[in-house]
Design a protein around this ligand. Structure first.
Ligand code: AMP
Ligand code: ZN
Length: 485
């Protein structure tokens, strides 16, 4: 079945067909982090979603080039540099390193290219020059260069592709210097911002004098530089539709006269306990905050991947506990299959040569159903919740077969092979043996003390408390061992 995706550009579900005439190659760009702080779980919802898109396209056999930029010069960054009295590189370097570490913690496949805006100033200037040459951009009295919405529209360009803009009702203002504004304050936006004293040492020379690029032009320049003037997929959170992505389309198509992107995909927002995340409400969490609370990257990834990307996702701590329990069910089933297949760890055993009857059973049996149903769900505009539904149906069925002792070595190996394919998309992998944090070790020690004092009620209560925190105690000959549940 063909993959269908909701394209914000057409506001409809469309069959996915890459621009590449051979239908093989796919270029995909995701707006990356602005490295002025640690990425929060809302950001991570969007980045994990883009990881799912990339993994699924690869699963479908496409040769994907995945680009995610690092926005390392922009209004909020300059403010941070000023306030922390650091250099641009020192300031952004810290958050970029944290971002890359978090990307790994969530088992996101690293994009093929991660261009930095500051390393593409020449391309950015060249793109602005094209717009100036075409009469769509102009230098204003403040020295900055702006994109003229009027000239763009006058030349046949449509401004308002991702959301409807009613120019009869909207009064287009003169100019907007800030990168972020809402559609009510629609105006010519800055491509090149002339140097002001608050910028400190953050500036580059240009044909229009010293200054720095606007945020929107950075993405146009980097995406076209890496993927060509027209490419297949562009992703980001829904907040980026306007003005960021609308401006990207106008700048790119204004400069090249060619369609910029074929499919625009936008992920809906993440709320925390039903509310917009905000520091003042105390419901603002970075990935690191959740790790410090004892949750794993795997649990967080799974939770972020449980809802359809176009649905607002309500993040809760109960949901995280639920993710832990769901993963435990999958892991238990996989563990038993591995025991039968005789394959410790992740890799399933290669099945021995099958008899005709065995082949018929495994070829028509559950593994194929699982893969077919999982694929059908994801082909349907990446319906991941339905895909997980298929996985849990399979877990239930497999558990029944395990209980009935009806799985041969080959059956188990075939199930594990199917699982590996599913996992190449979901990326939840296998639990990593982690070292227990000090709080957990302290609980184990008090449980040992309670046992020594023969206070079994207390020692059982501590065992239960550890279980709630996701740790099991295994009493071995060498003493108690902590295991992640
Ligand atoms: P930023 O670093 O602020 O440019 O954001 C990086 C990505 O995270 C963008 O694609 C945003 O749309 C996305 N994003 C920001 N806040 C949220 C949220 N609460 N839920 C989902 N995505 C978000
Ligand atoms: Zn962008």
């Amino acid at each position: 079945m063909a993959l269908k995706l909701f394209n914000t550009l057409s506001r409809s579900i469309q069959d996915f067909a890459p621009l590449d005439p051979s239908g093989k190659k796919v270029g995909m760009y995701c707006c990356g982090p602005t490295v002025y702080d640690f990425a929060h779980i809302g950001n991570w919802r969007t980045f994990v979603f883009s990881d799912l898109v990339r993994r699924y396209l690869q699963f479908k056999g496409y040769a994907v080039t995945h680009v995610m930029n690092i926005t390392d010069v922009e209004d909020k960054i300059i403010k941070g540099v000023r306030e922390t009295k650091t250099t641009l590189r020192e300031f952004t370097g810290k958050y970029e390193a944290a971002f890359l570490e978090d990307l790994q913690t969530l088992n996101c496949v690293r994009p093929h290219q991660m261009p930095h805006a500051t390393e593409h100033i020449a391309e950015i200037i060249a793109l602005i020059e094209k717009l100036v040459a075409r009469g769509i951009a102009y230098q204003a009295a403040d020295g900055s260069v702006y994109f003229s919405i009027e000239k763009y529209r006058g030349g046949g360009g449509t401004y308002g592709r991702l959301l409807k803009l009613n120019f009869d009702e909207l009064r287009v203002g003169e100019r907007v210097a800030s990168d972020e504004y809402d559609k009510e304050s629609l105006a010519d936006f800055a491509l090149w911002k002339a140097r002001v004293p608050e910028d400190g040492e953050v500036f580059w020379p240009s044909p229009w004098g010293e200054g720095r690029p606007g945020w929107h032009i950075e993405c146009s320049a980097m995406s076209m530089n890496m993927l060509g003037e027209s490419f297949d997929l562009h992703l980001g959170g829904e907040d980026l539709k306007f003005p960021h992505h609308e401006d990207e389309i106008a700048q790119s198509e204004g400069a090249t006269g060619k369609p910029f992107v074929k499919y625009w995909l936008h992920g809906a927002f993440l709320l925390v306990e039903g509310k917009k995340m905000s520091k003042s409400l105390g419901n603002f969490f970075t990935l690191r905050d959740l790790l410090a609370k004892g949750f794993t990257g795997r649990e967080i990834r799974y939770l972020l991947l449980t809802a359809h990307y176009r649905e607002t996702f309500n993040f809760t701590f109960d949901g995280l506990q639920g993710a832990r329990a769901a993963l435990a069910r999958i892991d238990e089933c996989l563990g038993k299959l591995r025991e039968i297949a005789g394959a410790p760890g992740i890799a399933p055993a290669r099945p021995k040569v099958q008899t005709k009857q065995e082949h018929a059973e495994t070829a028509l049996g559950a593994p194929n159903d699982l893969l077919n149903n999982f694929t059908a769900a994801l082909d349907d505009d990446l319906n991941i919740s339905a895909a997980w539904g298929e996985v849990f149906k399979w877990v239930t069925e497999t558990n029944k077969r395990l209980a009935a002792n009806s799985l041969s070595v080959n059956d188990a190996a075939a199930e594990l092979m199917a699982w590996d394919k599913i996992d190449s998309v979901s990326g939840i992998g296998t639990p990593v043996e982690t070292e227990a944090p000090p709080e957990i070790i302290a609980l184990l020690e008090s449980r040992q003390a309670a046992r020594k004092a023969k206070d079994f009620k207390k020692s059982d209560a501590i065992r239960d408390a550890l279980k709630v925190k996701g740790w099991a105690i295994e009493d071995t000959q060498k003493g108690p061992k902590l295991k992640r549940i």
